[in-house]
Design a protein around this ligand. Sequence first.
Ligand SMILES: *Cc1c(COP(=O)(O)O)cnc(C)c1O
Length: 416
Amino acid sequence: MSLLRSFVQDADARDPLARFRDRFVISSGSIYMDGNSLGRLPSSAVARASELLEKGWGEKLVEGWHEWIDFPTQIGDQIAGLIGAGKSEVIVCDSTSVNLFKLAMAAVGSKPHRGAIVTDSANFPSDQYVLHGVAHQTGRELRRFESDPIQGPDIGSLAMALDDDVALVSLSHVGYKNASLADMEAITRAVHDAGALMLWDLCHSVGALPIDVEGCGVDLAVGCTYKYLNAGPGAPAFLYVRRELHDQLRQPIWGWFGQREQFRMNLDYDPEPGIGSFMVGTPPIVSMVGVEEGVRLILEAGIESLRIKSIEMTQMMIALHDEWLAPLGVELASPREADRRGSHLAFRHPDGYRICKALIEKLDVIPDFREPDIIRYAVAPIYTTFTEAWDAMERLRTCIDEELYADLLEDRDRVT
Ligand SMILES: *Cc1c(COP(=O)(O)O)cnc(C)c1O
């Protein structure tokens, strides 16, 4: 028996988070299922950014820096509230890739006699390249282990790669393809038992589900702000360093924003104590207000409530997959257990790429495609409705059933 559209419309009517949708700019009728790639624009960010441009940059000019200089730590403290970190343990700066490089270099530098860095082969490409680069530049080996293609990395698969030569393990908390949610606590403990440091990439989990870095004993973490935190394209990322490590780790890019009393303009590098030493150069202030507004909205909605709604939505979509899509040759490539997955679902189909294109061009649904055959559907419970999720599934069924992709080409666009 099909889950009726009227049933999900009722769910929207009863949804306590429904009012947050109006806080976003929604200018077309398209169903947006790609909030894990680029979140929607909060209306308040438009006002904040134009105020910053006109009143800040336009009127205050360089005097604005008296206020802006504290943005990285102030907004970092707000993000700390989303990931279970303490005050002055998170800072907003640079991109995720650059922050990963800084923290990975700092971590291996603190373990000079250990010659390996570990990740799994399902980790995000930029993480692979950065970790490979760190290994290469420091004369280490990058060990990649194979994690389960659906369930993601766990202590069993990690154990194959872990020994007392490992300096650092770095993994994604939620897998970018399959949405597998790793057991942060158990994996971090296993890594510590081997005497290594643990660096988590929170890109696909921050803003989508509760995180407790402190409770899990996490050493280091990075994450981006333009996915579930809705901070805008290219908005700066964040990094977390456990307080006890602040003075033990030294990051590799010595810039003036990491310098103690930077405006003394001293000749020799003398890092700021604490999290500030992980900064490098001038932060992008216009984008920073996007981070602040995005984070503020997630905090206001409440990460626990968002997680509940996200699970309800993905659970419903899995039920619809089983009924509508599985008979058409679609395979669910995400964990079925709600507590093992993030806020998106991966559907595999041999014609996945053309199906994605047809959804965008003919059916007004915006998913994204990940090689080789994965259609990703993300729900961002702060603005995605149950009805949208239902409709997106129904249109996917129509697309495949009626082969609406048949006339499209396999040639990949530059951005998928
Ligand atoms: C999105 C994402 C990134 C993005 O890195 P940028 O430096 O912001 O381009 C990195 N790692 C993971 C796991 C991601 O999902």
